[in-house]
Ligand binder design. Structure first.
Ligand code: C5P
Length: 237
C-alpha cells in the first residue's frame, strides 16, 4: 500500500533549515518561528552534537525533518529511522540507492509509524552536488536526469511516495503521484550561496513541489520572522 502522496506532516509548505552551530541559536530561531512556518529541518551538525533531548525540544516548536540521509544495510537503516521517530522526527531521509529491498522495508516502516503520528520517509535520488563528471563511474553512462527518474520509479515501486529533489528536477517528476520536497529556493535578489540550481517559492510549488526547504535566506536574515513571512506571502499561506 502507498502512503497518500498528498499527505504532509508539515503545518504548511515552508520548512526552515536550522543550519546553525549551537543549541541556543537553533532553539531561539525555532521558538521565534514556531506557529508561523511549516516545520524545521535538522541535520547531523546539530543532531550529533546535542542528541535526543535537543530534537525533542525543537519538535515542541513544530514538525521536525531529520535530514541524516541513511544509507546502510536495511536492518541498520530501520533501527536509525526508528530512533529518529523516537526522538520526535516527523520526516526522515534515506538514499534511494540503498536498493529495492531496503526501500520496501522503509515503506513498511513508514506505514507502521505513520499510524502512530504523521510520519514520512523521503528518498534522496542523486545528490544535487553530483553532476555528470562526479557521478560514480558505474553510473556515468546515463545522465543525472535519467538516474533521478529511474530512482524515483524504484522508490515508488517499493511503496514509498516521498522524494527530495532539486527545483531543476521537479518537472520530470511531476504527475507521478509523488510527494516532492525541494531545497534551493531563492527570491531573485537573495544570495545563492553554494546553490547552483535555484527556483522561486511560487515557481517551485507550481512545478509540483509540496514542501520547500529554505535555510540561509531566513536563518541569516536580520529579522528571520519577516524573511519567513515574505516566503509565506509568496506562496499565499
Ligand atoms: O541555505 P539554503 O536555503 O541553501 O539551505 C538548504 C538546505 O537544504 C541546507 O540544509 C542543505 O544542506 C539542504 N539540502 C540541499 N540540497 C540537497 C539536500 C539538502 O540544499 N540536495
Amino acid at each position: 500500500m502507498l502512503n497518500n502522496p498528498s499527505s504532509s506532516p508539515f503545518l504548511n509548505p515552508l520548512v526552515v533549515a536550522l543550519d546553525v552551530d549551537t543549541r541556543e541559536e537553533a532553539l531561539s530561531l525555532a521558538k521565534s518561528l514556531s506557529g508561523q512556518v511549516g516545520g524545521f529541518k535538522l541535520g547531523p551538525r546539530l543532531c550529533l552534537r546535542y542528541g535526543q533531548s535537543f530534537v525533542e525540544e525543537i519538535a515542541r516548536q513544530g514538525p521536525v525533518f531529520m535530514d541524516n540521509k541513511h544509507f546502510d544495510i536495511s536492518s541498520t537503516m530501520e533501527a536509525a529511522v526508528r530512533a529518529s521517530f523516537d526522538c520526535g522526527a516527523s520526516v526522515v531521509t534515506v538514499h534511494a540507492l540503498s536498493g529495492l529491498d531496503a526501500l520496501k522495508k522503509m515503506a513498511a516502516l513508514e506505514l507502521e509509524l505513520s499510524r502512530i503520528r504523521p510520519f514520512r520517509i523521503l528518498a534522496v535520488t542523486v545528490l544535487t552536488s553530483w553532476d555528470q563528471n562526479s557521478l560514480p563511474p558505474v553510473l556515468r553512462p546515463d545522465g543525472v536526469a535519467i538516474h533521478v527518474v529511474a530512482l524515483a520509479d524504484l522508490v515508488k515501486s517499493a511503496g514509498l511516495t516521498g522524494i527530495v529533489c532539486s527545483p531543476h528536477e521537479l518537472e520530470s517528476l511531476q504527475g507521478r503521484g509523488l510527494y516532492l520536497l525541494t531545497p534551493g529556493i531563492r527570491f531573485p535578489d537573495d544570495e545563492k550561496g553554494d546553490q547552483k540550481r535555484v527556483a522561486g517559492p511560487q515557481e517551485a510549488l507550481q512545478a509540483g513541489a509540496r514542501a520547500l526547504v529554505v535555510g540561509r535566506p531566513i536563518v541569516q536574515a536580520k529579522d528571520p520572522g519577516a524573511a519567513a513571512e515574505k516566503f509565506l506571502r509568496a506562496i499565499q499561506v
